[in-house]
Design a protein around this ligand. Structure first.
Ligand code: FAD
Ligand code: DHB
Length: 390
């Protein structure tokens, strides 16, 4: 088989890139290791920047988001027993974010791909990338026990942090930067109304807590836990008791509890691979970089990578120019490092660090006070939260 672009991974980055390419008449095939149902069962991000929403519009996959997504103009920061509202809309000259789950983004992109006849191979085993340092790259995989090969012009590695693409990059050319945090997030989803109409990020002596949502009837809540914590040790009652203790009394009082429909623990990590291009292979989204979730940048960065790569590929096929392709890595990394900085900063601001000592704690309190009481600092938080320009 032959196609123009092989896309490895059917997460948001692979599906978004695939749809934009298909719409532009550029042939592509998506190879996904697991089943469609498995991809759709993963609960991940919840907050979209305007840039990511615009790309879903461009892909033709934004109809349901427009109807069911919840535009948010601000969020609350809680510390020292007080709630402070960050007015995203007012501080950024009218920008806002959209609360719409990654699962729904993925479903909408899958539906659009099916509608427009895009080809996806699910349960593609042992995907391997070949000869991307030359002009004739190809990808091999096994489907139903049979070895398959696709020849192509380019390979887009959209296969997440544990995928095959970054592993295929020559070790001598790849440099990685990494920071692992000494805690994780225990998250639940429950079909109860959200405690507040906007998100609440809470810094509390017992640890960070986040109150988010997926709809007016579905809540997404997280608490900071030690890395060795086991999800089996967290009954729903224990979770609800813990999160309420980390909120202000009015919020704790207002919280509706109920049975969880999902519960899991995610570790927190900052990670960047450089460069993001190896000949005719590109790393896109989580395949190339990870942010800790505080600040909700992971999915949004995947979308901006796709913006740069799609523009580059369109330019290549339209004008036979390699300029965008040559510039992809540097262009994407400039935005990635700013989101890495912001996610690291917000993680550092909001969590309790086991080894911080009194000095670290006092600096954190001063930073929180400054963040909510200085307009300049509030603007810096808001403009990063709504998303820096592409
Ligand atoms: P992914 O969504 O990881 O998609 C990669 C796809 O490639 C997957 O479908 C995978 O099955 C497939 N794949 C992997 N290996 C192969 C292979 N060898 N061959 C073929 N296919 C392969 N971000 C936020 O902003 N807020 C959050 O709350 C949040 N929570 C998260 C919780 C967890 C547990 C994780 C892991 C991430 C979370 N993120 C969050 C980050 C966000 O979900 C990611 O940044 C986003 O999913 C990146 O999209 P992607 O398409 O690049 O990668
Ligand atoms: C969600 C996750 C985040 O990391 C965040 O900062 C905001 C919302 C969420 O899953 O809803």
């Amino acid at each position: 088989m032959r196609t123009q672009v092989v896309i490895i991974g059917s997460g948001p980055s692979g599906l978004l890139l695939g749809q934009l390419l298909s719409n532009a008449g550029i042939d592509n095939v998506v190879l996904e290791r697991v089943t469609k149902e498995y991809v759709l069962s993963r609960i991940r991000a919840g907050v979209l920047e305007e840039g990511a929403c615009a790309m879903l519009e461009e892909a033709g996959a934004a109809e349901r988001m427009r109807l069911e997504g919840l535009p948010h103009d601000g969020f609350d920061l809680t510390f020292d027993g007080q709630r402070h509202r960050i007015d995203l809309h007012g501080l950024t000259g009218g920008k806002r974010v959209m609360v719409y789950g990654q699962t729904e983004v993925t479903r909408d992109l899958m539906d659009q791909r099916e509608k427009t006849g895009g080809k996806t191979v699910y349960e593609a085993a042992d995907v391997e990338l070949h000869d991307f340092d030359g002009d004739k790259p190809y990808v091999t995989y096994r489907k139903d026990g049979v070895e398959q090969r696709i020849d192509c012009d380019f390979i887009a590695g959209c296969d997440g942090f544990h995928g095959a693409s970054r592993k295929a990059a020559p070790a001598s050319l790849l440099k990685v930067y990494e920071k692992v945090y000494p805690f994780g997030w225990l998250g639940i989803i429950a079909d109860v109304p959200p405690v507040n109409h906007e998100l609440i990020y809470s810094n509390h002596p017992r640890g960070f807590a986040l109150c988010s949502m997926r709809s007016h009837t579905r809540s997404r809540y997280y608490v900071q836990v030690p890395l060795d914590e086991k999800v089996e040790d967290w009954s729903d009652d224990r979770f609800w008791d813990e999160i309420r203790r980390r909120l202000t009394p009015d919020a704790a009082e207002a919280m509706t509890t109920g049975p969880s429909i999902e519960k899991s623990i995610a570790p927190l990590r900052s990670f960047v691979a450089e460069p993001l291009r190896f000949g005719r292979m590109f790393l896109v989204g989580d395949a190339g970089h990870i942010v800790p979730p505080t600040g909700a940048k992971g999915l949004n960065l995947a979308a901006s990578d796709v913006r740069y790569l799609f523009d580059a590929l369109r330019e290549y096929y339209g004008e036979k120019s390699m300029a965008g392709i040559d510039g992809y890595s540097a262009r994407a990394l400039r935005r990635i490092w700013k989101a890495e900085r912001f996610s690291w900063w917000m993680t550092t601001l909001m969590h309790r660090f086991p080894d911080d000592g009194g000095f670290g704690q006092k600096i954190q309190e001063a930073e929180l006070d400054y963040t909510v009481n200085s307009r300049a600092a509030s603007v810096a938080l808001a403009e990063n939260y709504v998303g820096l320009p592409y």
